[in-house]
Design a protein around this ligand. Structure first.
Ligand code: C5P
Length: 308
């Protein structure tokens, strides 16, 4: 079934565990990661064009930081679908961003995932979820997870995703820093900091999977880990103060999100998450603060608005 206009809501991701091996011959790093999708969303609205052009407009908090040329990952996603399936129509994309740009939360990747889902419907392609995941892997390592959502294990360079069991809901607070960090730059810094001969193959710690099954935030707090944290802090040392501030205010855990510079905090419950968010917002340590629970589903078509 095709449509004239489709809106897809796609979540941010965090990495509850992020273990990074030594670089492969292709330059990518083998990962063993546990992703969780959290309720911080970008909405992508796709409107059909008769000609084959692909345009993008970006609205919201971080719009000024997002390219609107052919380097935009959502544009690339639409172009990949057009090329693979000989699509003659085009699309106007409008991205409403609430996910920080270059923040270690897969904002660009999730816009690409949303665009795949939206254009699949818009152009009536009828692709299955596994077919979309296959295309997603070529667009970026995190894009398949953004389609799947919930909580999942990521292997390979992060693109091989299998869902893992998780009980209950966890309450997260995010301190969004001024400016972003380039993911390749943080990987390079990690390689610089570690004697590569001694780097073990990446692995997921069993305690993390057990903690997710228990649904207990206190158990999850001690099982969180991120190999990229040291590299992100080396490039942005001031983030240590943000992490410490959150712990002093009662967060169960504080960690860099993915490649950073967003700091994430695990709260014991939703009330404590609100308290922590208020304290962080008043601290002046970050650009903005967001609160979100997880896990949530991956990129999903929103119901069409009811005509008035
Ligand atoms: O896959 P994605 O386009 O998101 O990756 C951006 C960059 O991050 C890659 O070009 C690479 O430099 C680095 N990267 C990596 N190992 C991974 C994922 C990303 O080195 N597993």
């Amino acid at each position: 079934m095709s449509a004239h206009q489709v809106t897809v809501r796609a979540p941010a991701k965090i990495n509850l565990g992020l273990s990074v091996g030594p670089p492969r011959p292709d330059g990518f790093h083998p990962l063993a990661t546990v992703y969780q999708a959290v309720a911080l969303y970008d909405d992508v609205t796709a409107t059909l064009r008769d000609d084959s052009d692909v345009t993008v407009e970006v609205l919201g908090d971080f719009a000024a930081d997002v390219p609107t040329d052919s380097t935009n990952l959502a544009v690339k996603a639409a172009r990949v679908l057009q090329a693979e399936y000989d699509v003659e129509e085009g699309v106007d994309l409008v991205i409403r961003k609430t996910i920080p740009v270059a923040g270690g939360m897969a904002g660009g990747s999730t816009d690409a995932a949303a665009t795949l889902v939206a254009c699949n419907r818009l152009w009536g392609l009828g692709l299955t979820q596994p077919e979309l995941e296959h295309l997603a892997a070529d667009l970026g390592s995190d894009v398949p997870f953004c389609l799947v959502g919930h909580t999942a294990l990521g292997r390979g360079r992060g693109e091989q995703v299998t869902e893992v069991m998780s009980r209950g809901t966890f309450h997260w607070v995010f301190a969004i820093a001024e400016g972003g960090l380039s993911t390749p730059a943080v990987f390079r810094e990690l390689d610089r900091l570690r004697p590569l001969r001694r780097v073990e193959p990446p692995e997921v710690h069993p305690e993390l999977l057990t903690a997710l099954l228990s649904g207990q935030p206190a158990a999850l707090a001690v099982a969180l880990s991120n190999d990229m944290q040291a590299a992100a802090l080396s490039l942005r040392p001031e983030l240590s103060a943000t992490l410490q501030f959150g712990l002093d205010q009662g967060a169960l855990a504080a960690m860099i999100s993915g490649s950073g510079p967003t700091c994430l905090f695990l709260a014991a419950d939703s009330r404590r998450a609100v308290d922590l968010a208020v304290e962080l917002a008043e601290s002046g340590l970050c650009r903005m603060v967001r609160q979100a629970e997880g896990p949530v589903p991956g990129a999903r078509i929103l119901p069409a608005p009811i005509p008035r």
